[in-house]
Design a binder for this molecule. Structure first.
Ligand SMILES: [Zn+2]
Length: 540
């Protein structure tokens, strides 16, 4: 029985327990609702109609008060799937995205290799740090200082310089682990250094050991950053940059902040946000979020305000849904104007950055905005798509009670925002000035180029009093852009109407007619709502 001995897996089962929450594992098969400290559901091990099966996420256990079943993620998986120990941890490993380890006791050769890898990484870090303060490292040092790193910061994060020559390959020629550590590669003429002429940032594991590096180019060459490829001691998907420094900060602040870049993470940590981390490379993964959620489910994502940042935020939102609990506080902050947190901190200071973080949009709001931005909710088709998008995301929430409340929240919003559109539009009858020539030309172009759009927006276009038989100027607008143009014009016209109406009502109020107060307030709410809608549409 030696090969399936539980003891030989003990490291691995610990890792599974760290990476998988009992709520995630049980919640996949048992609908759960939070009551008090615990989650409750109907016991999968005995027949019942009233829930007496409880799950305690913090302790990692489930317990049934009906039949006495009790255990953790492993016993649950064994019992529920009628599996043996090894199959259960194989199943859990796949849920956690982990590779099954060898089932033999830890091979001393592997242990030795890991130690050798730690050792060579540590030596390389020392070599790079020394080099930074030599004439060779002058450009790198100047760059680091220009980016606002003091000597103390450089020491703390162990910044270094990888020179142009093959310093690691030469200096540690006797080491057998140069290629395995990712520090060197083998070419036609022997080993050469992977990092050359780079400002070096060591990447630490949870225990603070150097396991890899991130090198920033200094001569403007792309990519700006290169990272060590995965090794036996470094797995990109499982590593969050800066987490070793941020743990205490996350605990104190009771949240983590995720920024896009590694320098941003360090600068945030140094300037009042010690709870900040960054993914390695560009893409945030489910594993990164899972890792952070183990210590805290309050996350503020901070992205650049540009198109790429918006896309990354949308992705993060979709990834985080499954990790939501009723106590989670997940938000999205955006740094606008083509800047990043580093630049904000350097040019405008901590307070400016704090304002950006404080202004972060709650997830509920952000998801709603996404649905309204990605789909044209003024059309039935668009609303159907938006609704499907919302449903797919809400479906990922594990806690059934929380899921229910998300559904209710969005049902309310759908009714208020999507339906009132028509309702209010018809009740306001205000004459607006004619549209200008540029708009007119654009519309003539659109109507003649995309008859489908003309049909779709027939009613609205008809209210504009434009003669669509005019000369067509070639405008080079594609279909989507054309539709967006019409919709935003529709919104603008509607807003103009609302504003004119508000002015009329205010005049009435000033002449003593108190009865219009309520309508003024309603109109104001409408103006705010549609201004926001228009803003979203334009930034799309
Ligand atoms: Zn039971």
């Amino acid at each position: 029985m030696a090969p399936t001995n539980k003891f030989s897996y003990s490291n691995f089962t610990d890792e599974l327990r760290t990476r998988l929450s009992v709520l995630d594992v049980v919640g996949r098969v048992v609908p759960l609702t939070k009551k008090g400290q615990n989650y409750w559901g109907c016991c999968p091990f005995h027949n019942e109609k009233t829930p007496s099966f409880s799950v305690n996420e913090e302790k990692g256990f489930y317990h049934c008060f009906g039949c006495g079943e009790h255990g953790d993620i492993i016993s649950f998986t064994m019992k529920h799937n009628n599996m043996d120990f090894k199959s259960a941890i194989t199943e859990l490993a796949s849920q956690a995205g982990l590779k099954m380890p060898d089932y033999k006791p830890r091979d001393p050769h592997i242990v030795k290799r890991e130690e050798a890898l730690f050792d060579i990484c540590e030596k390389a870090a020392q070599t790079y740090t020394e080099k930074l303060f030599t004439p060779d490292g002058a450009v790198a040092l100047a760059y680091a200082r220009k980016r606002g790193f003091t000597d103390e910061d450089i020491k703390k994060y162990r910044l270094g310089y990888a020179p142009k020559n093959n310093i690691i390959a030469n200096k540690y020629a006797e080491s057998r682990y140069l290629t395995e550590s990712g520090l060197c590669r083998r070419g036609d003429y022997g080993l050469y250094d992977f990092f050359r002429d780079k400002l070096m940032f060591p990447i630490f594991n949870a225990n603070g050991k150097v396991v890899a590096f991130s090198g920033r180019s200094l001569d403007g060459s792309e990519p700006k950053y290169i990272n060590t490829s995965d090794t036996d001691v470094f797995h990109k998907r499982k590593t969050v940059f800066g987490l070793n420094f941020a743990r205490e900060g996350i605990h104190r602040a009771n949240r983590s902040i995720i920024v896009e870049g590694q320098i941003d993470a360090i600068k945030m940590q140094l300037n009042g946000f010690p709870e900040t981390v960054a993914p390695l490379g560009t893409a945030l993964t489910e594993d990164h979020i899972a890792l952070l959620c183990k210590s805290n489910r309050n996350i503020t994502f901070c992205f650049d305000g540009d198109g790429a940042g918006q896309k990354a935020a949308a992705r993060a939102c979709e990834l985080v849904m499954q990790f939501l609990r009723d106590t989670s506080d997940v938000k999205f902050a955006f740094v606008n104007g083509g800047k990043d947190p580093d630049e904000i901190l350097t040019k405008s200071g901590t307070d400016a950055m704090r304002k950006i973080i404080d202004d972060a949009i709650p997830l509920t709001e952000f998801l709603w905005d996404l649905a309204n931005k990605n789909f044209i909710t003024s059309t039935p088709g668009g609303r159907a798509q938006a609704e499907k998008f919302l449903d797919t995301n809400i479906e990922k929430i594990i806690d059934t009670e929380l899921k229910k409340h998300y559904k209710q929240e969005y049902d309310k919003r759908k009714f208020q925002h999507w339906q009132s559109w028509k309702r209010v539009k018809k009740t306001i009858d205000v004459k607006l000035p004619d549209i200008d020539d540029i708009t007119k030309n654009t519309l003539v172009y659109i109507v003649n180029t995309f008859p489908e759009l003309a049909e779709r927006y027939l009613e609205f276009l008809g209210t504009l009093g434009v003669d669509f038989d005019g000369t067509v100027t070639d405008l080079n607008l594609d279909f989507d852009a054309a539709e967006k143009y019409i919709v935003s014009l529709k919104l603008q016209r509607y807003l103009e109407k609302l504003n004119t109406r508000k002015k009329e009502l205010t005049d009435k109020l000033l002449s003593g007619d108190e009865s219009v107060r309520e309508e003024i307030a309603e109109t104001d709410t409408e103006i705010k709502k549609y201004t926001e809608k228009l803003k979203l549409l334009i930034t799309l």
